[in-house]
Design a protein around this ligand. Sequence first.
Ligand SMILES: Nc1ncnc2c1ncn2[C@@H]1O[C@H](COP(=O)(O)OP(=O)(O)OP(=O)(O)O)[C@@H](O)[C@H]1O
Ligand SMILES: [Mg+2]
Length: 779
Amino acid sequence: MDPLFANLNTAQCEAVRHVEGPMLVLAGPGSGKTRVVTHRIAHLLREGVSPREILALTFTNKASEEMKLRVDAMSPGSRVWVSTFHRFGARLLREYAGFVGLTPNFTIYDTDDSRQTLKRVIEAGKIRTAHYSPDRIASAISAAKNQLITAERYESRTGSPLSQIVAEVYPAYQARLLASSAVDFDDLLLHVANMLYQNNDVRAELDERYRFILVDEYQDTNRAQYVMLRAMSVDHPNLAATGDPDQSIYGWRGADIKNILQFESDFPQVKVVRLEQNYRSSKAVLRVADQLIRLNMRRKAKSLYTDNAEGDPVKLVQYGNQDDEARGVADQIAAGIAAGRRPRDFAVFYRVNALSRVLERGLREHGIPYQMIRGQEFYQRKEIKDVLAYCQLINNPRDDQAALRTINTPVRGIGRKTIDRLGEFAYVNGISLLEACREAVQVEGLNARAIKSVTQYAALIDRLSLLAGAALEEILGTILTETKYREGLQDSESEEDLNRLANIEELLTDARQFDEAHPGGGHLEEYLENAWLVNETDSWEAESDKVTMMTLHAAKGLEFPVVFVVAVEQGLLPHERSINDDEQLEEERRLAFVGITRAKEQLQLSYAVHRDFRGQRRRTVPSPFLLEMPREEMELVSIGTPGSWDVPTDWEDVHDLHDDSHHFEVDSDAADDSFEFGANADRNDEAGSSSPQPASVKAIPAAQITTAARLAGAAPVQPSGIAPDAFIQGMTVMHPEHGPGKIVALSGSGANRRATVKFATAGERRFILAHSPLRPARR
Ligand SMILES: Nc1ncnc2c1ncn2[C@@H]1O[C@H](COP(=O)(O)OP(=O)(O)OP(=O)(O)O)[C@@H](O)[C@H]1O
Ligand SMILES: [Mg+2]
């Protein structure tokens, strides 16, 4: 039999054989959608389509690499272009930069750089932002961009103070980005979509170039992506989308589920293929998933069956607290390995990254190898950003953000005032900050010393720029020595600086590997682009024999024989911010559905009755989603709690719980790490005491859980027991969740002694020391 079709069922074959015209493959999880995409590419090639005419788009680097490997295995050396939307956007923009007012060497700002730019714009324009934080304003701009509303077209709405601020900030921000020849992530799509929309010649050219476009996970496209795809599918409407509306989980990032639901009306001549056989999961897993997702109103019902075995019942476990949960999960993984499974057969999913720490400990105690998939932390580190900012400036001398970052790092005596004057001079004369530095003598109000330092800085950058075409390792090495960055760290005795040095060495290793893969030099921009466009899942190694730990969002598209979903609790899954919004609640349900449907053979869902989280102990409320599952066919277990199974039994109770649930501090534009329990002692008054936790959950009728939760939630958490007066200003302290921080302010004494601590990631927080888990960091 033809190997291309040997491992496909009839419906899959039909989709793979399709050549001309639009196609929508609408199917549930594990039904082979991704397999259809790769096989169809191989088929198109075999039908004589040129690899250059094929464009396959996905959402993560990992997914596109995986797809590339598969295609390559079937059609060796074909070099089909498989990319993420953002990489594709970047590539088109470099080609057509002039159309949108950029230079081809533009910089891509990460969230941090764009935020800094936004703050500068607000400051420079003296724009009054009322109580709206830069993050809030940035989210609003991002939402507008995802809706394809440009700065020129943005209109404030009466009655919306935020929109009025945005109407002022957005154009200024956009102008600043363009002046620096820089884009933010959203721009990568917005600029391209706009260009295609406004320029029919370019549109027709690209439509012709990419005659066959395939998109996996189409349910997660936003408006800009939709417009890009539509524009390139007019003359050659060979757009093939595969997706599952039930797995749309990026609404918070602007994904529009309508794109997939309306595909058929967009392309009336579309061929629709439904895949109904699931090859991934056991019958037991699939039934639980199906029962849950049925409760979403905004969906198209689909049928999905499997010929796989019935399998073990899905486990629903109640643990006493998060340590029991972590231990329980680790014990089961250890037992599984002892019984012959491999560590890589297991995955543990959670809603937010902050939940992973305790789980990690559990696995470590058993000596089980694991890989924890966390964001783009490496490239976010200060030292890495510092060094790469020099590279950015070499690549794009107009990049003011990079100039600001490097001008006095390492310290060369250029103060804030000098920088402000340079900035103003640059602004007035319409030149870059670097250019202003070159012209320092002409800048008013700079003294001789400042002029000298600034001129030397400009000369340094000019010298470094001569290296632009060299190999990466040489560029980085020269930056480190010429700027004395490395020297500064080597001379320091602090632990932190030694760490930084180690990270810099890692960067050099990274650069060396890049050079090996890209011989001959001249690839600086490509290297930077890789760093700018990293994804959360980039570091995930599918082949290595380790347990995988990741967020539910990161788990999309993957599969594992054994899956644990932990902390299935109200406020976490569903996330607190979704609770009063039906649409968002449905998205959370889809997220749970995505997690469940990753499991092939065994699945455990769990929650802890008490959870210490970010320094607070809370009595939790089980997720309403647990209620919605067919619990009569699941295995219910209670571990570490004197009471027995305690999930409330009907919706009424859950609604009670909703109304009264905890209030969390939520950062609305981050999906994963945004979860935060509220300010310290705000519930003490209600509780009236720090009464002990109820010993048995069973004793509390479901409807009263909220009251109990409040009581329990009010109990102060594990204070470190360090005498409050032992803390001093400037001291580095450790917080169990926020990590190291510095005491920036102190007041009061004894039981009233309060400290303001500045954390690297969590920002500034206030603590009553007598109740806080803070301890002095070991030097
Ligand atoms: N016809 C088939 N015969 C045997 N196995 C198959 C077949 N089709 C797909 N599979 C296997 O089923 C699993 C799920 O396939 P795939 O990942 O393509 O599904 P999907 O629909 O993309 O899932 P998701 O919605 O989770 O992304 C994979 O292990 C795949 O190799
Ligand atoms: Mg898939």
